[in-house]
Write a protein that binds this ligand. Structure first.
Ligand code: GDD
Ligand code: MN
Length: 380
C-alpha cells in the first residue's frame, strides 16, 4: 500500500510534462572571473529561449571572484541552472567538454559568459539541428552578415592568421573555425570527445578537425560584441596552445605540445647546467665533482620552474605545493639520470658509437622524466 502511494507520487502528473522530459537544449557556459556577467546572460537566455525546453550549465574553474557563488545562487532559484565548479584545473576547452558531457539533451551549445556572443541566434541554431540540415551550427564572424568589429587591429590580425593556418594546414572548410560560439548534436560530440584535447582555447577547431569532414556544418552570421564587464583571459600563451593543437591534429596525436615543451625546457637545462659548471669550476675553482653536482641541481631547479610556468601552466603548482613538487622533481630526475646512463651503457656495449649511445640515453632520460613528472609532480 505504501509503495503504491510512493509510486503515485513519483509518477509525473499530466500537469508537468516538460519537467518530466529532458531539456532539448543544453547551453554550456565556460566561466572564469565572470561574476558580473552571469546573471545578465541567464536573463537573456531566459528571454530568448522561451519556446524551447532548455538548461544552462556553467563550468567555472573556481574563479577567485566567486563566479560560482553567483551561479549557485541562480541554480537555487531555477533548476534549469547548474553549476560545475572545478578545482585545481584551468582551461576553456576542457571546461566546454566537461559541460557538454554533463548534459543529456539532444543538442548542446557553447557560448561565452561575457555577452560577446549573440544569444538571440540560439533558436535559429536549434531549428537547423532539428530539421536535420546540420549536425553542427557555427556562429560565424567571417561570413556575409557577420563581423568582429570590436577587435583591435592586432587581435583581428592574429585571428585571421590563425584562421588561415587552420584552413590550409588542417583543411578545415568552415570560415570561422576559431569561433567559440556553436551548437552541436550531443551524440555526434560524444563520438568525437575521446579525441579532443582538453588543453587550449579552440574547442570548435578541435571538433571540426577531429571530425575530418564527417560532420555536416552550417554557419550562420553574428556580430562579435564587446565585453561588458571583466577582462579577456586570452594572452600570448594562447598562440602556443593553438600551435599545439595544430601539431597534435597533424600528427594524429603522436606529438603532443606538452612533450615538446618539456623536451625544450630540458634543452635549456643543458645550457644552464654547463654555464653553472663553468662558473663553479673555472671561476670559483670548485672541484669538478662538486661543481658538476651544483650545476645539475641548478639545472633541475630551473627546469622545474620553467615547466611549472610553461609546460604545465594549466595545472601550475602554487604555494606549499611548489616545494613538494620540486623535491619530487629532483627525485624523478635522479632516477631518470640512472635510466639515462643505464641505457647509454647498454647501447654502447652493443655498438660502441659514443654519440648514438649518448643520444639513446638522453632520449630515455627525457621520456622517463616526462612520464614520471606527469604521474607524480604535476599529477591530475
Ligand atoms: N572554465 C573556464 N576556464 N572558462 C574560461 C577559461 C578557463 O580557463 N578561460 C576563459 N574562460 C571563459 C571566459 O570566462 C569566457 O566566458 C569565455 O571563456 C571566453 O573567454 P574570454 O577571455 O572572454 O576570451 P575572448 O573574448 O578573448 O575569446 C573569445 O573569442 C574567440 C574568438 O576570437 C572566445 O569566445 C573564444 O572561444 C573565441 O574563440
Ligand atoms: Mn570574451
Amino acid at each position: 500500500y505504501t509503495l503504491a502511494i510512493m509510486n503515485d507520487a513519483i509518477k509525473p502528473g499530466p500537469e508537468t510534462p516538460s519537467q518530466a522530459g529532458l531539456p532539448e537544449l543544453s547551453v554550456v557556459v565556460p566561466t572564469f572571473n565572470e561574476r558580473d556577467n552571469v546573471t545578465v546572460l541567464y536573463r537573456r537566455l531566459e528571454a530568448t529561449l522561451s519556446g524551447i525546453s532548455w538548461e544552462v550549465i556553467f563550468v567555472d574553474d573556481n574563479s577567485p571572484d566567486g563566479t560560482w557563488e553567483v551561479v549557485r545562487g541562480l541554480a537555487r532559484k531555477d533548476s534549469r541552472v547548474r553549476c560545475v565548479r572545478r578545482i585545481g584545473r584551468r582551461g576553456l576547452s576542457g571546461a566546454c567538454i566537461e559541460g557538454i558531457l554533463a548534459s543529456s539533451g539532444p543538442y548542446a551549445a557553447v557560448i561565452d559568459a561575457d555577452l560577446q556572443h549573440d544569444e538571440t541566434q540560439l533558436p535559429k541554431m536549434v531549428a537547423l539541428l532539428r530539421s536535420g540540415e546540420a549536425e553542427l551550427v557555427v556562429g560565424s564572424r567571417y561570413i556575409e552578415g557577420g563581423s568582429a568589429d570590436s577587435f583591435n587591429k592586432q587581435r583581428a590580425g592574429a585571428s585571421q592568421l590563425a584562421t588561415e593556418v587552420a584552413r590550409r594546414v588542417l583543411k578545415v572548410e568552415v570560415a570561422d573555425p576559431m569561433s567559440g560560439f556553436f551548437m552541436i548534436r550531443r551524440d555526434r560530440f560524444e563520438q568525437l570527445a575521446p579525441q579532443l584535447s582538453i588543453q587550449g582555447f579552440k574547442i570548435l577547431l578541435d571538433v571540426i578537425a577531429t571530425a575530418q569532414g564527417k560532420l555536416r556544418a552550417i554557419e550562420i552570421p553574428y556580430t562579435f560584441g564587446s565585453r561588458q564587464h571583466g577582462e579577456s583571459k586570452l594572452d600570448s600563451m594562447v598562440a602556443l596552445d593553438f600551435l599545439g593543437l595544430v601539431l597534435a591534429k597533424l600528427t594524429n596525436d603522436v606529438v603532443s605540445l606538452r612533450f615538446l615543451l618539456f623536451a625544450m625546457v630540458g634543452g635549456t637545462g643543458l645550457v644552464v647546467h654547463l654555464t653553472a659548471l663553468f662558473i663553479a669550476h673555472e671561476i670559483f675553482q670548485m672541484p669538478f665533482a662538486e661543481a658538476q653536482a651544483t650545476g645539475a641541481l641548478i639545472a633541475m631547479t630551473s627546469n622545474f620552474i620553467l615547466n611549472n610556468f610553461l609546460t604545465y601552466r594549466d595545472q601550475r603548482l602554487k604555494g606549499f605545493a611548489i616545494l613538494r613538487g620540486l623535491l619530487l622533481f629532483y627525485l624523478v630526475c635522479g632516477v631518470g639520470l640512472l635510466a639515462n646512463v643505464g641505457v647509454a651503457f647498454a647501447v654502447f656495449d652493443q655498438e660502441p658509437i659514443w654519440w648514438l649511445a649518448g643520444a639513446a640515453g638522453a632520449l630515455m632520460g627525457v621520456v622517463w622524466n616526462y612520464a614520471m613528472s606527469g604521474l607524480f609532480v604535476w599529477r591530475k
